[in-house]
Design a protein around this ligand. Structure first.
Ligand SMILES: *[C@@H]1O[C@H](CO)[C@@H](O)[C@H](O)[C@H]1NC(C)=O
Ligand SMILES: *[C@@H]1O[C@H](CO)[C@@H](O)[C@H](O)[C@H]1NC(C)=O
Length: 353
């Protein structure tokens, strides 16, 4: 009884109390296999999956890495806890700089996204630069996780850009990593030269900010912002619209094994919003995929790496393989220092280079 009451409340909230006066664009387009290829979604899913498999500079993600063979890992940092793992890599064949953010397991992301202590809060000043509209607010837990690595990632990307100035930039991640990726893409857009091509693709992305945030992202990225929802995955349904959150445009919904829809506008009722938020029985597993044949968090060559603690708390990895065009980053940082001190040191070292 209570459960069904809660579920119907949630169903109402999913529809966002949309007024009949405000017509929403409900158009969808079915994507063929060729469309999925031309949107590059298989490789991008592999880049997101690889973020679970980067440990202390090792790039070891089996099937996913086989799909992105010439990728050179340049920078990694994280402890898979308060500081989620992130890597920066370069692909010569794609001439693309890739920033990949690791996610977390479905139960953890659901509890964080539902945690009422994380209401929409104002942007940190680092993101609230000139041109940011008033009233943008975001999930404070996602923002806190993002800011742990934001400056280090920016500086790693800047250093790569100095070597490959015409490279495109892709920011991707799954779950919590998808939320962090969206904040990261905004930050890179603000900080990198305006002619930089930046694309952001999230898999199993929860709602990140309020409606003003969603509109702002849409105006900044247009069709360079995509989030892929797998079947009945509950994570993209939280935090709720009722709590003041709103998805951006750019949903691609893998409805089932044969149908994938590209969805116009925000919160398209013909896409994943048509599913109640807590289809828990199968839904939680759907969070892991498959996303165009790629599973997130399950595809490391050595599955033990998914759960094993980071062997070095933080690492900044000079590329063993020099960037093919230009010189390698050539940074080296002693490991084993206390994490906080090391972060400060890394930030300082990166700023000086
Ligand atoms: C979207 O849903 C509405 C009803 O909710 C339906 O009338 C319409 O045909 C759907 N559009 C598409 C493109 O599926
Ligand atoms: C952006 O401009 C810089 C400087 O003019 C140039 O070196 C770089 O190749 C440009 N980047 C792109 C993606 O076109």
């Amino acid at each position: 009884m209570l459960r069904s009451l809660v579920l119907s409340l949630l169903a109402i909230s999913e529809q966002g109390f949309s007024s009949p006066l405000r017509r929403r664009d409900t158009a969808t387009t079915a994507l063929t296999g060729a469309d999925i290829q031309s949107r590059d979604l298989v490789s991008i899913a592999a880049f997101a999956a690889a973020a679970y498999c980067v440990r202390a500079g090792q790039w070891n993600c089996g099937d996913a890495c086989d799909k992105i063979p010439d990728t050179q890992l340049v920078f990694t940092i994280g402890d898979s806890a308060a500081t989620p793992d992130v890597y920066v890599a370069y692909s010569q064949s794609r001439n693309q700089i890739i920033v990949g953010h690791e996610g977390t397991n479905p139960s953890q992301i659901l509890s964080v996204a539902n945690d009422l202590q994380f209401l929409p809060t104002p942007l940190l000043t680092i993101l609230n630069v000139a041109g940011t509209p008033a009233g943008v607010s975001v999930h404070s837990g996602f923002q806190t996780a993002w800011v742990q690595t934001s400056t280090l990632v920016l500086n790693a990307v800047k250093q790569l850009q100095a070597q490959v100035p015409d490279a495109r930039v892709l920011v991707t991640g799954h779950s919590l990593g998808a939320a962090i990726s969206l904040l990261d893409a905004i930050f890179l857009k603000q900080q990198l030269p305006t002619n930089t091509s930046i694309e952001v693709v999230g898999f199993g992305r929860p709602r990140v900010g309020n409606k003003i945030f969603a509109n702002w992202v849409d105006s900044m990225f247009g069709d360079k912002n995509t989030f892929v929802v797998s079947r009945h995955d509950p994570v993209p349904h939280v935090p709720l619209i009722l709590q003041g959150f709103q998805h951006t445009s750019g949903e691609v919904w893998i409805k089932d094994d044969t149908t994938t829809l590209s969805c116009d506008s925000q919160e398209n009722p013909n896409c994943s919003d048509s599913i109640g938020p807590f289809n828990a029985a199968t839904g939680v597993l759907d969070h892991l995929g498959p996303y165009f044949g790629v599973y997130m968090g399950l595809s490391c060559a050595n599955p033990a790496m998914v759960t094993a603690p980071f062997s070095t708390t933080l690492s900044l990895r000079p590329s063993n393989i020099p960037i093919n065009r230009g010189r390698g980053l050539g940074l080296s940082i002693p490991l084993g220092a206390p994490a906080g001190a090391l972060v400060g040191m890394l930030a300082g070292a990166l700023l000086m280079i």
